[in-house]
Design a protein around this ligand. Structure first.
Ligand SMILES: NC(=O)c1ccc[n+]([C@@H]2O[C@H](COP(=O)([O-])OP(=O)(O)OC[C@H]3O[C@@H](n4cnc5c(N)ncnc54)[C@H](OP(=O)(O)O)[C@@H]3O)[C@@H](O)[C@H]2O)c1
Length: 246
């Protein structure tokens, strides 16, 4: 019997959950619990960390999981690394459902940064108006450049005070569109965009908007994750599930 653990937190995970539910698969959806009101899923859902590699391995055994699909965000490297190690330890099959990284095209003015700190360094010294489109994590690293005004787009209103002195917070949940992101950047007089190379369609609008407005984008590259099979679409994951079940 196939029993699937779907590690979520992305649009792609929600798309896969829908298909798994429609096909009557025995699957559990897992959220880290970072947002106050996560998107509800058509699968039984659990919320919260497992307790590292050991905790996840224990969960896989207890729940008789046979397959893990890691559809977490490409920057959720800890969870993805834990999944590789826990699946190895328990002999559970694993694949990642991962969207290809964005590539710069004609008209884009991207500055590539390997890490968050490199992105901080890539910002100018003179005061700028920065669309810091990286979610709520890693904001503190930008505190060394307090001269900038930062536009933050977050799913939930921040609970604690922000580590940056000059911010505007926009509360919104993707997917976003080009017209909306262009208007947002114009409204806030944005001069620079900082983004994580998440890939996918839902968050790409800001890149098109930046291109249209002639703005530089500081693009942060993905963190390293141990090798695992990677599937790029719901159909590919479904084929992998049925093939590896057989
Ligand atoms: N990082 C981003 O930029 C980003 C952007 C959009 C969405 N997200 C989503 O937000 C969540 C957390 O991301 P992160 O960057 O904080 O991850 P992370 O640094 O890789 O993970 C930190 C810890 O959070 C727990 N965790 C993460 N994803 C989980 C999941 N789907 N189910 C259960 N526990 C999970 C695990 O705790 P234990 O060790 O206790 O198991 C993991 O070790 C992920 O689901 C990710 O898809 C992240």
């Amino acid at each position: 019997m196939t029993r699937i653990l779907l590690l979520g937190g992305t649009t792609e995970a929600s798309q896969l959950a829908k298909t798994l539910a429609e096909t009557g698969a025995d699957a559990v959806f897992s959220y880290a619990g970072r947002t106050a009101k996560p998107v509800s899923q058509p699968l039984p859902t659990r919320v919260g960390g497992f307790g590292g590699v050991e905790g996840l391995a224990e969960y896989l055994r207890t729940e008789s999981i046979t397959h893990v699909v890691d559809a977490t965000h490409p920057f959720a490297a800890q969870m993805s690394t834990n999944a590789v190690q826990a699946c190895e330890a328990t002999d559970v099959k694993l694949c990642a459902f991962e969207r290809p990284a964005w590539q710069a095209g004609e008209g884009d003015a991207w500055v590539h940064a390997g890490t968050i700190d490199e992105a901080v360094n890539a910002l100018p010294d003179a005061p700028a108006r920065v669309f810091l489109a990286i979610g709520k994590q890693n904001l503190a690293q930008f505190a060394v450049k307090p001269q900038h005004h930062y536009l933050l787009r977050l799913v939930d209103a921040p609970e604690a005070s922000l580590p940056l002195p000059h911010t505007t917070v926009e509360i919104a949940r993707g997917p976003f569109d080009v017209a909306g992101d262009t208007a947002l950047m114009q409204r806030h007089g944005i001069t620079h965009v900082v983004a994580k190379n998440a890939g996918g369609a839902g968050a790409a609008a800001k890149l098109t908007a930046a291109r249209t407005l002639g703005l530089p984008v500081i693009m942060i590259g993905r963190p390293d994750v141990p090798a695992r099979p990677i599937k790029g679409s719901v159909a590919e994951v479904m084929a992998w599930l049925s093939h590896s079940a057989a």
